[in-house]
Design a protein around this ligand. Structure first.
Ligand code: GLU
Length: 414
């Protein structure tokens, strides 16, 4: 029954599939290994359920999507105040590889652009760490976030280093102001290795869900980051994560996010879920063209905008399950958004219904989102396919329409 979510995700991908706008960047040779047509999306809920569809198996270099995770590790190690002495948290309004520092105290403006990310990378594992130890420390931590052992694409590192003049100039500038201490080449080597960790969209969805879940990896249950570190990281992602399009993104999509030149895009919706998409062709500011549209659809359809007033929801969506004779009733309650509907559908999916009849009592729903109503109806329809007689207790007409996807009507029970 889980497939109703992946079916929905597949519909979203179908809507954007034919859009061939944008270009795969050429300045990192390894990016040419990507098939420009790759298209995939994955979700991981804070309860640890992962759903993916499309190209979920290709591994690609994480690139700038590594920045929020490296930033979170620095915050975890040194605390927010200490890290702020090195890197600010203001949107830059400039290209990701601009050689820019704050006017007054010469700090990088934020950790989502290269100048800030190189500075953050240099803090990790202590400023006197060797490049090798630092990179291994980062690789291990990324692996914990993903819940599996990740590796580095050394060819990608080599290729990027051959044309890394821009990042080298940034590192020289940082050294000249005493912000970093390693040789410029070592700093760029270390940062480029961080960018060349190989991931899939499922890895990225789990990593983002770990941020959304206050630092506990929902798949492995391991506590990796503190909740205040995650909150701070997501706040900076919200204001600075989408290159020059961060303002428009926050208004339109409203999900703390980060994109990268390899076409990956992540979103972390606090307390709800992590999302990741892959589509390698980029727009003029460097964001994945179809990735942005996928997120726009998800945000709209699933009511995921951070500023939605109906976002307080999710847990305790199933109030009780009662049984009378040959009838089981699942009573649901509260605000039913995507995450709540997912939890309800999981119950419909996993509960061992031994009665012929299964009813869904929606009379205690306070508010529901269109995608959630659709998921509930589809969950019931699939129970009917499994041989149960189904019905709904809905005195207020909360479901709006009782027409199911196959055109049949859901019986109303008094
Ligand atoms: N390694 C890339 C660079 O520093 C990452 C850029 C990106 O993904 O925005 O140029």
């Amino acid at each position: 029954m889980n497939s109703l979510i992946t079916d929905y995700l597949a519909e979203v991908l179908d809507e954007v599939r034919d859009d061939t706008a944008g270009e795969v960047p050429t300045y990192i040779p390894a990016l040419q290994k990507a098939d420009p047509n790759w298209l995939g999306v994955a979700l991981c809920t804070v309860s640890g359920n992962v759903y993916s569809t499309g190209d979920s198996s290709p591994e690609f270099t994480i690139q700038s999507v590594s920045k929020p995770f490296a930033y979170a590790l620095a915050l975890q190690e040194f605390g927010i105040d200490k890290v702020r002495e090195h890197v600010g948290m203001e949107p830059s309004g400039e290209a990701f590889n601009e050689l820019s520092l704050e006017e007054e105290d010469k700090r990088p403006l934020n950790a989502m652009i290269n100048v800030g990310a190189i500075t953050i990378n240099q803090l990790l594992n202590g400023t006197d760490s060797t490049v090798e130890d630092r990179v291994e420390y980062i690789r291990k931590y990324f692996s914990e976030l993903a819940g599996r052992d990740l590796r580095i694409d050394e060819d990608a590192v080599e290729g990027e280093l051959e044309g890394a003049d821009r990042n080298l100039s940034i590192a020289h500038m940082l050294r000249s102001y005493g912000i970093i201490h390693d040789e410029a080449h070592d700093a760029v080597l270390s940062y480029t290795q961080q960018c060349s960790i190989l991931v899939t969209i499922e890895d990225l969805a789990v990593m983002s869900a770990t941020l959304a879940n206050g630092g506990v990896n929902p798949k492995t249950g391991k506590k990796i980051l503190d909740a205040d570190v995650c909150r701070h990281t997501m706040a900076v992602m919200a204001s600075c994560g989408m290159y020059d399009a961060a303002g428009r993104w926050l208004a339109k999509v409203g999900i703390p996010a980060k994109s990268g030149v390899s076409g990956g895009l992540i979103g972390a919706l606090p307390g709800q879920l992590g999302i990741a998409s892959l589509s390698p062709r980029l727009d003029e500011v460097g964001n994945s063209v179809r990735g942005v549209t996928v997120f726009e659809h998800l945000s709209d359809d699933m009511g995921m905008h951070l500023m939605n007033t109906e976002n307080r929801a999710g847990s305790h969506a199933v109030r009780s399950i009662t049984r009378e004779g040959d009838c089981t009733t699942v009573h649901i309650q509260g605000i039913v958004n995507f995450v709540a509907a997912e939890a309800i559908v999981q119950v419909l999916n996993q509960h061992d219904f031994t009665t012929g009849r299964v009813l869904l009592d929606v009379s205690r729903i306070v508010e529901s989102h269109p995608i959630a109503r659709r998921m509930l109806k589809e969950g019931l329809r699939r129970l009917r396919e499994d041989g149960h007689e189904i019905g709904v207790i809905d005195p207020e007409g909360e479901l709006r329409s009782r027409v199911l996807d196959d055109g049949s009507r859901l019986p109303l029970v008094e």
